[in-house]
Design a protein around this ligand. Structure first.
Ligand code: GLU
Length: 420
């Protein structure tokens, strides 16, 4: 277990710590707090899979629905060796608050399968996916729970999910999942959406703080779909990206990285190792570089009470879910760092997932420009709403974002009433 209980690195406790602060500041009634703190439904499935060598291995998978108060549960599926139930619960709750912050009509859910996709063949991955989907299928549905990609899952995995579900239902049901390939009812602009959203809220933060992007540097932790695209998008904005990392380490070039070369290297080797356009540094070091913008876009708990004091960036844009612990929040606040919290910063992905779901249900597809314009509008408005909340209540951006999201879910919870 990678996340020991009862310490700052338990992600569900990290979520609850912020939720409690926001609920107290909003003055929520205890009954509503009790409902919102609990996950509505969780299932654990065992996933027996015939491996390529003929042996059978049994994997474990989860799907957690934290809330369906505002709409179907929505959230990704991650494949990772250290994923665990508490982490999936936290990620599901973060999806609830995130969807509410950007005001899309979804609740929150998340799924996970304990496996190491880097050690599996494509056939094994497909069999794991199909068996996992058939195990959780009873609680899925376009009006119940709509999965999407997350760490180590992609359009291909979503295509297998859509096919498995559709075969069982004897119908073509693309709206069961988002993040699909465009040819299967995916949306234009979905692949780039999270990274583009990271750029848009960073741009808004720079405007808000009166900083010029062309005079700013950035370091990006993570080179997956979120990290790499955030880096490319920030560069387009005029920011000089000086460092990027993957799980094995980082590359640093104070003159600015050639990100197209990084992308080509990653496509060829699947890891940054051997990239010669910069100096090799460690994954902890990248967080402490003297840059203006830091984008943690890898995983949870990378900025904690142990290293928060060493952060030099003026802006932290959380591309990952839960990269800062609650202990780190206090230190970052004291240092006056402008944190754009995960449930706002990485919400571009689920926003375009919402557009994908809408398009699938209409069977009528939008242009890339329509997708981008609508997403930009939502991200810019949500950023303004969070900053406004922070000012009005004199709280951090993080607590302001929670207050905005939690309040919207509290409202529907109250209106729907307790069905007892
Ligand atoms: N996995 C992404 C997230 O954490 C996207 C979820 C979705 O599009 O449903 O926000």
């Amino acid at each position: 277990m990678n996340h020991p209980q009862s310490n700052e690195e338990n992600p569900f406790q990290a979520m609850e710590a912020r939720f409690d602060l926001a609920a107290a500041r909003l003055g929520l009634e205890p009954n509503v707090i009790a409902v919102l703190r609990a996950c509505e439904r969780e299932i654990t499935v065992s996933i027996p899979v015939v491996m390529d060598d003929g042996s059978v291995r049994v994997f474990e998978g989860y799907r957690v629905q934290h809330s369906t108060s505002r709409g179907p549960a929505k959230g990704g599926i991650r494949y990772a060796p250290n994923v665990n139930r508490d982490e999936v619960r936290a990620l599901a709750a973060w999806m609830t608050w995130k969807c509410a912050v950007v005001n899309v009509p979804f609740g929150g859910g998340k799924g996970g399968v304990i496996c190491d996709p880097f050690k599996l063949s494509k056939g094994e991955l497909e069999r794991i996916t199909r068996r996992y989907v058939s195990g959780i299928m009873d609680i899925l549905g376009p009006d119940r729970d709509v999965p999407a990609p997350d760490m180590n899952t992609d359009g291909q995995v979503m295509a297998w999910l859509m096919d498995t579900y559709s075969m069982h239902q004897r119908s073509y049901i693309p709206a069961i999942v988002t993040g699909k390939p465009v040819s299967l009812g995916g949306s234009l602009g979905r692949v780039e959406a999270t990274g583009r959203g990271v750029m848009l809220v960073t741009r808004e933060a720079l405007r808000h703080l009166g900083m010029n992007p062309a005079q700013c540097t950035a370091a990006v932790q993570g080179a997956g779909n979120v990290g790499l695209i955030s880096a490319l998008q920030l560069q387009k904005l005029g920011v000089k990206v000086v460092a990027i990392s993957d799980i094995h380490g980082a590359v640093h070039n104070p003159k600015g990285l050639d990100l197209e070369a990084v992308r080509a290297h990653l496509q060829k080797h699947r890891r940054l190792d051997g990239f010669d356009g910069g100096t090799r540094i460690g994954n902890a070091e990248i967080l402490e570089l003297p840059v203006d913008i830091l984008v943690p876009a890898a995983t949870e708990n990378v900025i904690t009470s142990k290293n928060a004091a060493n952060i030099k960036a003026k802006i932290i844009t959380e591309g990952a879910n839960g990269p800062c612990t609650a202990g780190a929040d206090t230190i970052l606040d004291q240092k006056g760092i402008f944190v754009i919290p995960d449930i706002l910063a990485n919400a571009g992905g689920v926003t375009v997932s919402y557009f994908e779901w809408v398009q699938d249900r209409m069977a009528f597809f939008w242009t890339q420009k329509e997708v981008e314009d609508r997403m930009e509008h939502i991200m810019v408005e949500s950023f303004a709403a969070v900053v406004d909340m922070a000012k009005r209540f004199q709280v951090s951006n993080r607590i302001a974002a929670y207050m905005l999201g939690v309040n919207r879910v509290a409202e529907t919870t109250r209106m729907r009433g307790i069905y007892a």
